[in-house]
Design a protein around this ligand. Structure first.
Ligand code: DC
Length: 226
């Protein structure tokens, strides 16, 4: 089945705040549509991980430049799970810790980092059908995407979903703290100078607060099929 227009590869952009369910929905939807899924948040998390591993301060621009020059990010499907390798190390689990979540906004506001990530993401998208999720996909990375969605949900609901995810991994959760962390990350992601979290003018806003996971997938799938 092809949804591409005029032989142009299919591009789908899903943006939205932390915990809106973008990644889970995007993974399933990409599989259903037969296109490549790119988790752009994972790329920013990997750069954060690398800087922390190498003890490069986030305001050390020479250090960050050096890290970016040597950066090798590779997504590999292993047993139906997408793994991310950073300079040869599997960082799939390591980039999901609360420590990385707390620091990733600081790294993703660095213009140098955004330039490099955007260039890599656009290179991956060139020539293949792709579904990307992130914060600036519809506005900056794929401004000509045929389908743009902005997924959101109330702060309480997003924190509840994130708590479930963490609890399933055996991580203890303090709901108040989790809500405060998510709100702070939203604020930082929305107020940065370069490519802030913003709904593209031509994106469809979907509030998933009262929708099940399956309903969200079906909703997006039907809009694309139409
Ligand atoms: O989707 P996520 O929560 O894994 O993203 C982690 C962080 O990366 C998020 O707080 C902001 C940043 N990010 C970004 O700035 N631009 C993107 N396209 C994707 C993520």
């Amino acid at each position: 089945m092809s949804y591409a227009e005029n032989n142009r590869p299919l591009q789908i952009a899903i943006d939205g705040p932390a915990g809106a369910g973008k990644s889970s929905v995007a993974k399933v939807l990409a599989r259903r549509l037969g296109c490549i899924y790119l988790d752009t948040g994972a790329m920013y998390r990997a750069v954060t991980w690398l800087a922390m591993q190498n003890q490069v301060a986030f305001d050390d621009m020479e250090g960050m430049k050096q890290l970016l020059a040597e950066l090798q990010l590779e997504f590999k499907d292993e047993d139906n799970v997408q793994h991310l390798y950073c300079n040869g190390t599997d960082v799939t689990e390591a980039i999901r810790t609360p420590e990385i979540s707390a620091n990733v906004s600081a790294v993703s506001m660095i213009p140098l980092v955004r330039e490099e990530m955007t260039a890599q993401q656009q290179k991956i998208a060139a020539g293949c059908n792709v579904l990307m999720d992130g914060r600036d996909i519809g506005t900056t990375v794929l401004p000509d995407a045929q389908y743009k969605f902005f997924l959101t949900a109330s702060l309480e609901e997003r924190a509840r979903r994130r708590a479930l995810e963490l609890q399933q991994k055996g991580v203890e959760v303090d709901m108040e703290q989790l809500m405060a962390d998510i709100a702070l990350r939203d604020k930082k992601d929305s107020s940065r100078d370069v490519s802030p979290l913003r709904q593209a003018e031509d994106a469809e806003l979907i509030d998933t607060s009262h929708m099940s996971f399956e309903e969200v997938v079906e909703n997006l799938f039907m809009r694309i099929k139409k």
